[in-house]
Design a binder for this molecule. Sequence first.
Ligand code: GBH
Length: 476
Amino acid sequence: MSLPKDFKWGFATASYQIEGSINEDGRGPTIWDTFCAIPGKIADGSSGVVACDSYKRTKEDIELLKSVGAKAYRFSIGWSRVIPLGGRNDPINQKGLDHYVKFVDDLIEAGIEPFITLLHWDLPDALEKRYGGYLNKDEFSADFENYARVMFKAIPKCKHWITFNEPWCSSILGYNTGYFAPGRTSDRSKSPVGDSAREPWIVGHSLLVAHGKAVKVYREEFKPTQGGEIGITLNGDATLPWDPEDPEDVEACNRKIEFAISWFADPIYFGEYPESMRKQLGDRLPKWTDEDRALVKGSNDFYGMNHYTANYIKHKKGVPPEDDFLGNLETLFYNKKGDCIGPETQSFWLRPHAQGFRDLLNWLSKRYGYPKIYVTENGTSLKGENDMSLEQILEDDFRVKYFHDYVHAMAKASAEDGVNVQGYMAWSLMDNFEWAEGYETRFGVTYVDYVNDQKRYPKKSAKSLKPLFDSLIRKE
Ligand code: GBH
């Protein structure tokens, strides 16, 4: 038995990926509605118009969670349902707010603990149009603070708040590669606007300051009476040297994690960006004012960890191009000896390698002083799943094995390495809108039949987590 007694486990989703009903009850458009409407941006030309229809099926989703034994559920709020235009002087949409209040009431009644993400990428489009969204630190952080306050006040029953999901993705994919909304990049074949060398770092800074402001509000105005906790969720992959004998590859492994994770976690735990980033990015990395640093430093009650995969890392020589965001290195699936890091999945970036999870849990714990960690996402797609028969899809042994191996790696980190991990949410409760990859890539433990009324069919993996956690969580 190797996970703590009160360990919280369950599943995760995000508003734009599952809700649909984009015009229901006064919801305003988001940057993802706008992005999906641009031809060529989404692999199958789809969008979140219907998705899993979860906005209208909260009852069904809660039944599903209950049936698979979940103790916790991580979901995100559609900001533009609550404040359709997003801003601090814009009207609140009571119907949108009531929807989430009731959802939380119903979850708690079903014995499921809510973990709420305030923003999982679906920024109100009005803010993008009004002042450039995340690029405008002062406006954006003031609007986010206001929205966060509205939510904290309305849902005192929620005890676990996550400000942002994966700010790395919002910054790099939204403003460097242009692969995600709002799709800005220096690549003029993809976007008429954007500056890949500068904007991502400005955006990351804004997100950090906005996180700090929301945390301050929670701690000063709500935490004393509500008693909950708040943190941010960061994504990061594990790294292994391409050539373990080459000290420069070993160093590049560390640098890769700094560029992905410490970019955000260092300011939050230490009040400054990592040295490796300051060195490479120079003036393009914003400087911390005393005021902003004070907001951000010490602003995590827990560390939210999204983790999926690992890479072999090979250092690059010479001066990196200005749009480099990896830290002057290559990410590979094969090492110098020709070993492969893990089997293929449907996601070009994802190859299971469970040992990497344990290693990264250790890396984070050492660097940040053994913080409380919630794994807020972990899961896999499956090569060719979308083209299989329903019968085959429901026998998702590959995903069952993924969860088994990753959860065991985490349990070892907890029991043997002293890592303070207290929760785990599998990604995802059900197949859903996989952003730029549309609906072809499935991450759910539940199959969603998009052709026949979004009917849900739990896969083998859905039922595999309860026995897995029952076997690992200490009874006393
Ligand atoms: C999560 O991100 C998201 O939070 C979730 O919404 C999503 O559905 C889930 O993963 C599955 O994808 O080669 O530069 O394009 C996971 C972290 C980081 C994975 C960026 C994909 C693409 C890197 N993601 N990565 S790139």
